[in-house]
Design a protein around this ligand. Structure first.
Ligand code: FES
Length: 260
């Protein structure tokens, strides 16, 4: 994530202060410089309040894109901690630094030419075997992914397990920043998940059948009708539809079977 300091200690647009009682100001240090920011703000909003502007890669602000990897340390503690700037709220005297872009190896491949064989992963990412199982990657993950275990799964060719273990990865790159084997774990995991989704997980047979029915045009008329409806009518129809109960079993079907 790239940031630019514009003005000091001036609230910026988008840096909302918490509602309710006027919050107290707390000191934080951004890249070594002291600022007073309202408590309760996320690191991202606190930085904006302090006068920083996010000029590139500030992402989703919702904890899903991984663009805002941040390291911080608290006073009296040697430990470097990690967080997503859009999720973690500031604490007094935090020392905060944004992670720069890491120029990691992202292998180029034509996915259709790959199989689900572990050798394909090994060929694209031979540095996988530089992992010495120090576990610094797992400790650096703000998502709680067991990064080292997922890498171990890949090393033994278990793509399904690597995909499962890395499911929560949002590719922030903090694991890579701590890895002295210089692995780009998150790119390896993305490949594993692609292989798993496209080549390993069993196909849902009912989905194949349904795609066939759709392609044969069974729903063309109703889709045309829906497209021609006024928004209010469409909303009403949606709200009054018979929804599948949360506890429904596999054999649940709606009362109106016209479009089954
Ligand atoms: S901005 Fe997307 S995860 Fe923080």
């Amino acid at each position: 994530m790239s940031v630019k300091e514009e003005k000091q200690s001036q609230p910026q647009t988008g840096a909302e202060e918490p509602e309710g009682n006027s919050p107290g100001l707390i000191p934080v240090y951004v890249m070594g410089k002291r600022y007073e920011v309202p408590e309760g703000l996320t690191i991202m909003k606190a930085m904006e309040y302090a006068g920083y502007r996010f000029i590139r890669g500030c992402g989703c602000r919702g904890g899903t894109c991984g663009a805002c990897g941040t390291v911080y340390r608290k006073p009296g503690d040697y430990k470097i901690q990690v967080a997503l700037a859009c999720q973690k709220t500031v604490e007094p005297d935090m020392y905060i630094a944004q992670m720069p872009f890491f120029p990691v190896n992202r292998a180029a491949y034509e996915f259709n030419e790959l199989t689900s064989a572990p050798e394909d992963v090994f060929k694209l990412y031979p540095e996988l075997f530089r992992c010495v199982a120090c576990n610094a990657c797992s400790k650096a993950c703000p998502q709680g992914v067991e990064v080292m275990d997922a890498i171990a799964a890949l090393k033994r060719g278990d793509i399904s397990e690597a995909a499962r273990l890395s499911f929560e990865c949002i590719q922030c790159g903090l694991c890579t920043s701590r890895c002295f084997g210089e692995l780009a774990q998150y790119h390896m995991f993305q490949l594993a998940r692609r292989m798993y989704g496209a080549r390993i997980v069993p196909r849902a047979e009912h989905l194949t059948d349904m795609v066939k029915v759709v392609n044969e045009g069974k729903y063309e008329d109703i889709l045309e009708q829906l497209k021609g409806m006024k928004e209010e009518k469409l909303k009403k129809l949606y709200q009054e539809r018979e929804a599948e109960p949360v506890s429904a079993g596999e054999d649940w079907t709606p009362k109106d079977k016209t479009y089954l």
